[in-house]
Ligand binder design. Structure first.
Ligand code: ATP
Length: 572
């Protein structure tokens, strides 16, 4: 398919902010590509070239894109930088200068989506000497035969900043509209459930074209990351019993460990793979966990769900997520760090066991299975601390003990419930002391002055709407440290954020939304200054969430709920 045709769809999507209209546009497009040989085009609709679980990165900065543009168009780099400073959006710059290309493109072939995918997919594989030049070459090859709108979207795709507003929800709906009846509720559920198991929209579309029975055939497979199940909040322990109790009034309660999620897989070849909640593979960073798994779990194949929690080697007290977070991204001295910052794996679910999916089995049965196959070994690996009860007092005591033991609170689970990947449907609930904090994504920043000169020192943070659009909600600076010994520092954040800068005006920069942080605050106020309609009062940075992606940040609904609660509290 001609890439130009896809770009026309992008333009239409960009022009139409309404979600319904976007769904219609996408559904029409999907209908038109049903007979294409490759459905990887579906990735391009969200500005990606791989399935969602794939963690590969293009590794392309704005500077490199400018070099590629210069090579493709024959323009001077300085001229392009000047335009970039003026327009702010590198995509618009690419479009503008492509209109007046000085190099001849008369003989160039029309760009196909296949060619765009091929060149962009090749970028991460380039390593070693001459990598930069080869990368520029691949991009320049595309840009030199692209029309101005093609140049705009190639550049934006490279910057992970497509700006056409296609979230996962819209794409899912469009697949249903393109393949089934718009009113077919079962189809929505089947498409979503298939996606949650494989996190690959191209594959889901491919199956949906063939019918619901093909969607049903999509199954879990060890080694293939899936979306984990999540939990809404319970208002109180009483509320938890009311919402999750079975006929006998019983619920399962577990410690809510303060660590990070680990989905641990063992496939038929005996290979172990560990994924975080944002589907990053972290097996290499956790040789200790691989060892515990091999020694303490008796099964040929499995997918288990667990929380990795840090503890102090000397005092044996559990520590917070912040303390062990550096283990997730560490690339060197891994064994030494594992020694310094040990973790314990607390297993709380099993999704696949010896060749069979377990997710339709009741939670009670899945728990019994993990107890059967895991040999508990404190401070290495164990099954999550659990109580099954119908007694509110006992539940209250268990909750207090969890807090005393340094954990966040409790998880409440329905005994008869299945595991539903990717959902927050209430089969699980969480309960913890009230905290005013949100996970938000950094979308902009400002360079500091004085002793913070050269560092980004104030960070614009955003929540998202249900379709993944980012909505500003405040600026954070407090809580970030001057010195790295004291915690996450301005210098560290600057280093992480600099390659993600998409535009600069004076001291202000716009940043590709990628880095998630936890922010606490005193209250949420209504505010016309931010496009979310809300502002955080006294926001303070508390943690860099290397285990979270933009899909995990607070939604505008959560913000509204917190705000309403505060208003209510003040009224009564
Ligand atoms: P919060 O921000 O309140 O910590 P969250 O954003 O981490 O919540 P939720 O789905 O709201 O995510 O809460 C569930 C999380 O709690 C899981 O993702 C998991 O990482 C963690 N957790 C700790 N202990 C357990 C447990 N026993 N069972 C399930 N999840 C657990």
């Amino acid at each position: 398919m001609q890439y130009q045709k896809l770009c026309e769809v992008y333009e239409e999507l960009e022009k139409n902010p309404s979600r319904l209209k976007k769904t219609e546009i996408l559904a029409e497009f999907l209908k038109s590509i049903k007979n294409e040989k490759h459905h990887e085009i579906v990735y391009l609709l969200q500005g990606r070239v791989w399935p969602d679980y794939e963690e590969k990165e293009f590794g392309i900065s704005t500077q490199l894109t400018i070099k590629a543009l210069a090579r493709a168009t024959g323009k001077q780099e300085e001229e392009i930088v000047k335009k970039w400073k003026k327009l702010g959006d590198i995509g618009e710059v690419a479009a503008e200068i492509s209109k007046t290309k000085s190099q001849h493109t008369l003989f160039s072939t029309k760009l196909t989506t296949y060619k765009v995918l091929e060149n962009l997919q090749a970028l991460p594989g380039l390593v070693g000497k001459g990598t930069i030049d080869k990368k520029i070459g691949l991009i320049a090859e595309l840009l030199s035969c692209s029309s101005h709108i093609e140049a705009k979207y190639i550049t934006r795709t490279l910057m992970n900043d497509l700006r056409v507003g296609v979230g996962s929800g819209t794409l899912r709906d469009a697949i249903v509209w393109a393949c089934f009846d718009k009113e077919d509720k079962e189809a929505f559920q089947k498409v979503q459930s298939a996606y949650d198991k494989v996190t690959d929209f191209a594959l889901v579309f491919n199956k949906a074209i063939k019918g619901k029975h093909e969607l049903d055939k999509i199954e879990l497979s060890p080694g293939q990351p899936l979306k984990v199940m999540l939990a809404p909040k319970a208002e109180s322990i009483k509320d938890a019993f009311e919402r999750a109790g079975n006929e006998k009034g019983e619920i399962a309660i577990e410690y809510k460990y303060d660590g990070f999620r680990m989905l641990i897989n063992k496939d038929e070849k005996g290979e172990i793979k560990i994924f975080t909640r944002r589907l990053d593979e972290v097996t290499k960073q956790f040789p200790d966990v691989v060892k515990y798994i091999r020694e303490h779990i008796k099964a040929d194949t499995f997918i288990i769900d667990s929380e990795a929690v840090g503890y102090n080697k000397k005092t044996k007290r559990y520590t917070s997520f912040q303390h062990i977070s550096q283990r997730i991204k560490r690339k060197y001295d891994i064994a030494k760090l594992a020694e310094e910052l040990p973790i314990e794996i607390n297993v709380f679910d099993i999704l696949y066991y010896n060749g069979k999916s377990m997710i339709q089995e009741p939670f009670e049965k899945r728990t019994a299975l993990i107890h059967k196959i895991i040999k508990n070994n404190k401070f290495h690996i164990q099954t999550a601390h659990q109580l099954i009860t119908s007694d509110e007092k006992k539940a209250e005591e268990f909750y207090k003990q969890a807090l005393k033991d340094g954990q966040e609170g409790i998880m409440i689970k329905k005994l008869e419930s299945p595991y539903q990947p990717g959902t927050r449907v209430g089969n699980w609930l969480k309960f913890k002391p009230v905290a005013n904090e949100l996970d938000l994504v950094i979308v902009g920043a400002e360079y500091g002055t004085g002793k913070r000169a050269g560092w980004l020192s104030s960070f614009d943070v955003a929540c998202s709407d249900e379709d993944g659009k980012f909505l500003d909600i405040g600026k954070v600076s407090t809580g970030v440290k001057e010195k790295s010994e004291e915690g996450t520092s301005y210098e560290e954040l600057t280093q992480i954020l600099k390659p993600l800068i998409t535009s600069e005006t004076g001291k202000k920069v716009k940043i590709k939304p990628k880095i998630v942080i936890t922010v606490d605050f005193q209250e949420i106020q209504g505010s016309p200054s931010y496009n979310s309609g809300f502002a955080l009062r006294f926001p303070r940075f508390t943690a860099l969430r290397t285990d979270r992606s933009v899909h995990d940040i607070a939604t505008i609904d959560e913000v509204k709920k917190l705000h309403n609660k505060e208003v209510l509290k003040r009224t009564y």
